[in-house]
Write a protein of this length. Structure first.
Length: 79
């Protein structure tokens, strides 16, 4: 049982991939914690992330099911 994790911008650079397969967790926060365990440098982004489940903005408390796509988007600035 797994979810697809999509990472954007700096998060993608830290993990070295834009898409990962990870074990299903109870919530978006559980998926995030698994990533931080593997890549501790992701940790500081936790308070400023936007999250989505199946292309719909979600909260960290949103439930996750097998086969879902979970996306993490850091704040982005540009000109």
């Amino acid at each position: 049982m797994a979810v697809t994790v999509r990472l954007f911008a700096r998060l993608r650079e830290i993990a070295g991939a834009d898409e990962l397969a990870r074990p299903t967790a109870d919530s978006v926060a559980g998926v995030w914690q698994g990533l931080v365990t593997e890549w501790p440098a992701l940790g500081p982004y936790a308070d400023s992330l936007s999250c989505a489940v199946n292309a719909q903005y979600a909260r960290m408390t949103t439930a996750v099911r097998d086969g879902d796509e979970v996306a993490f988007l850091p704040p982005v600035s540009g000109g």
